[in-house]
Unconditional design. Structure first.
Length: 275
């Protein structure tokens, strides 16, 4: 997946992120693999590490054709590719990786020290002290320096403490997040609380149209945002998704998006079946 290097560069991610994704910077966990392996994922994910024992991905999450900032997520492939925001800054991402390493290795080992020096984590003592209290519980990260501001959803103690853009169990019509979210971001808790008088967007409503048909309708209408969200929701065979993203690329005429499409197509073989 080294083809993603150009994507990271074009989106102005720090060089350390691309180097982690390429495996140039060795991950601090024995189960992490870089470049990430292919288990099937939607193109909104820009992979950094994969963990084949579950499997899961950790990577950047970028929505195109709308005003949502890139963030960092964990995708649980074995749980319907459910996606949760784990960091909103690169500093948080690397601090989280350090916390996970401490939990896995039961302390600060040399490989973590080397990783921390390379990526600029300077508070391993603080992270280690917090891990003794909370383990690798994401809520415990909120007291670590990197997480005190712009706290990611997984670490936020309450809905009101979260200022990001991932879906919440909140249906304020003045902030209609559901029009800018794909199905992989929407938890069962949110679905269970969904108001009966609030229609789900067509790409989220599984009782609606076939995804290919819906995608083609949005694309024909020039609604690239909704076409993209449809492409990044469940119900796609890889073969059909490859055709769809190529058609979206032609319509978009965006050089940055073209890099993303090239990278995803270079690894999205049909062995994963679909997503």
């Amino acid at each position: 997946m080294n083809s993603y290097a150009k994507v990271f560069e074009s989106l102005y991610f720090p060089a350390t992120v691309s180097q982690c994704a390429a495996g140039t910077i060795k991950p601090p966990l024995t189960t992490f693999k870089a470049p990430a392996e292919w288990y099937g994922f939607p193109p909104a994910l820009i992979p950094i590490w994969s963990d084949g024992s579950r499997p899961t991905y950790i990577g950047a999450w970028k929505h195109w054709f709308m005003d949502r900032k890139p963030t960092y997520i964990k995708m649980h492939v074995g749980a319907g590719r459910m996606t949760i925001e784990i960091a909103r800054t690169v500093e948080q991402l690397f601090a989280l990786a350090a916390m996970m390493s401490i939990s896995e290795q039961d302390g600060v080992e040399r490989d973590l020290v080397n990783f921390a020096k390379t990526v600029g984590v300077q508070n391993l003592d603080q992270i280690n002290a917090v891990s003794l209290i909370s383990g690798d519980d994401a809520r415990g990260l909120a007291v670590i320096d990197q997480f005190k501001n712009q706290t990611p959803l997984e670490s936020a103690e309450a809905v009101g403490a979260y200022s990001g853009e991932f879906p919440l169990v909140s249906f304020d019509k003045l902030k209609p997040w559901w029009n800018s979210a794909c199905s992989f971001e929407i938890s069962q808790e949110i679905l269970a609380a969904w108001p009966a008088n609030l229609p789900k967007p067509a790409w989220i409503d599984d009782s609606g149209k076939d995804k290919i048909e819906l995608f083609n309708e949005y694309l024909s209408a020039g609604n690239l945002k909704y076409a993209w969200l449809t492409l990044n929701s469940t119900g796609w065979a890889i073969r059909d998704a490859r055709t769809a993203i190529s058609a979206l690329n032609i319509k978009a005429k965006d050089s940055q998006f073209n890099l993303l499409v090239d990278a995803w197509l270079s690894i999205a073989d049909e062995s994963a079946g679909g997503y």
